[in-house]
Design a protein around this ligand. Structure first.
Ligand SMILES: [Ca+2]
Length: 115
């Protein structure tokens, strides 16, 4: 199931439960998102990511501390990040790779139908 809106959705409880907030592409300090019915600082336990996008979660504000990239729906973010996420970045998952390839995607194309 994709996020209900936006490109990512953060949930306070495991298995996509409890209060939650949706995010579009961007960089967020979670403390600034703290509103009723949204996921607050140091509360996130699960998250959803729209296909083709990535969430990079940080244990501290301003994208500091430990970080982990999530590129798929995650029913539990893991002990290292549970109730510790304080800032997140949401971006297209292919953005970094596209930059590295510098427009040379053509040469990586393979026709799988030819065996
Ligand atoms: Ca939680």
């Amino acid at each position: 199931m994709p996020p209900s809106a936006g490109k990512a959705q953060l949930f306070v409880d495991r298995d996509y439960g409890g209060k939650n907030g949706t995010l579009d592409v961007g960089e967020y300090n979670i403390s600034r998102l703290k509103e009723k019915d949204q996921a607050g600082n140091d509360t996130v336990s699960s998250l959803k990511v729209a296909p083709g996008y990535a969430v990079i979660a940080y244990t501290d504000a301003n994208f500091q501390g430990d970080s982990k990239e999530f590129t798929a729906d995650t029913p539990y973010v893991g002990d290292a990040f549970n109730d510790k996420i304080s800032s997140v970045k949401v971006r297209a998952a292919s953005a970094a790779k596209d930059t590295e390839q510098n427009g040379d995607d053509w040469f990586y194309f393979e026709d799988s139908s030819s065996g």
